[in-house]
Design a protein around this ligand. Structure first.
Ligand code: SAH
Length: 348
């Protein structure tokens, strides 16, 4: 029989588990705090539980705990990249970025990805499986523990499409922001999606206060389809209608991510078209100079082209920032560290 994934259980589910073990209900709160507030890695650490309860937990449940395979630290800005092994041996990567306003962790939501965006390193090996809520939580817990830095922001922008692992994502958000756990404010949690329209509507109705970031990357249907296969399933107009609904329901300003790919989507006309497209929406545009991967010949836009793109959007009173490139010296782009390990494994 498969062991219970106790780190993915909400407090009310844990109460039921404790009851099934013929223990008193208040034990559930103690265990929950050990797992989510103190980030215990073993039942043995839970010293205010009786030895017999700890033994029962050991038999019935597993406490998902990721193993660190590699940590790279940028000499340029202190950004840290973590490569973790999941309990089944699969690997995911996460990043710790230090900003003036606090520390931000970028987590993965799936092993691999099946969305196939052309410029993305995570798309190349395809999709293996979804992560469990416990495996998403533990990326944050482990980084906070190992770096001894308080994590204040979490972005779901690593490998994987979070809305393709919807139920686990929503559970992860609720548990991460739970006051009995790490208690990260939902306002400091961002979920980035390539635009799975029905799930955007569903997320809008969840009564969460998170920021939704949409990977737009193009301002016409035709160009978007060239870069992102998912665009063939959900049109740019459908994505924007879903965004309007999201804002209406949550009052949360949206972010549009736009990776600038030299000669593909970075012209002045592209900028103008983008401005027209998102006009009237309460949003912010994040321009990301594409991080070239060796499997494709995409190149970064010239600095001047990027600036002109930004200026054009600003002329239309659109809020724009250019994403600061963090950790350029440490397998910067999403999925590159993991990919390097997988390639090495295949070679040997
Ligand atoms: N599946 C989610 C999260 C992906 S990663 C999504 O699609 O939004 C976060 C962002 O980085 C996305 O906007 C993604 O399109 C972008 N991205 C991925 N690889 C990139 C690269 N090599 N250069 C620039 N941006 C990239």
């Amino acid at each position: 029989m498969e062991q219970l994934d106790i780190k993915s259980q909400t407090l009310s589910e844990l109460k039921k588990t404790v009851e099934d073990l013929s223990e008193k209900p208040f034990r559930a709160k103690q265990i929950y705090e050990w797992i989510h507030k103190k980030q215990a890695d073993s039942f043995g650490e839970m010293t205010n539980l009786s030895v017999s309860l700890r033994e029962k937990l050991e038999r019935k449940a597993s406490l998902v705990s990721l193993k660190v395979l590699d940590v790279q630290t940028s000499r340029l800005d202190g950004t840290q990249k973590y490569l973790f092994a999941l309990p089944d041996g699969n690997m995911v990567e996460s990043v710790l970025m230090k900003y003036h306003h606090g520390n931000s962790v970028c987590i993965s939501s799936q092993v691999g990805c099946r969305m196939g965006c052309r410029f993305c390193a995570s798309a190349i090996g395809g999709w293996t499986r979804n992560l469990r809520p416990s495996e998403m939580l533990d990326q944050v817990y482990k980084i906070q523990k190992l770096s001894k830095e308080r994590v204040s922001n979490v972005v779901v922008m690593g490998t994987g499409e979070p809305l393709d692992n919807y139920d686990s994502l929503v559970r992860f958000i609720r548990m991460l922001s739970d006051e009995k756990g790490l208690h990260i404010s939902q306002r400091n949690i961002t979920v980035s999606t390539c635009g799975i329209v029905p799930r955007i509507y569903e997320l809008a109705d969840e009564d969460l206060q998170i920021t939704l970031a949409i990977s737009l990357h193009a301002s016409t249907q035709e160009k978007r389809e060239k870069l992102m296969p998912i665009a063939k399933k959900y049109s740019i107009d459908e994505v924007l209608s879903a965004c309007r609904y999201y804002f209406q329901k949550t009052g949360r300003r949206l972010t549009f991510e736009y990776s600038l790919v030299g000669g593909e989507n970075d012209s002045q006309e592209d900028a103008e078209e983008l401005a027209r497209l998102i006009k009237g929406l309460n949003c912010h545009v994040n321009l990301i100079p594409v991080n070239p991967i060796k499997e494709r010949n995409y190149v970064q836009s010239d600095k001047k082209v990027i600036e002109n793109f930004q200026n054009k959007l600003e002329k239309y009173q659109i809020n724009v920032t250019i994403r600061r490139e963090m950790g350029r010296d440490i397998d910067g782009a999403c999925g590159q560290l993991r990919k390097r390990y997988l390639d090495k494994r295949e070679d040997s």
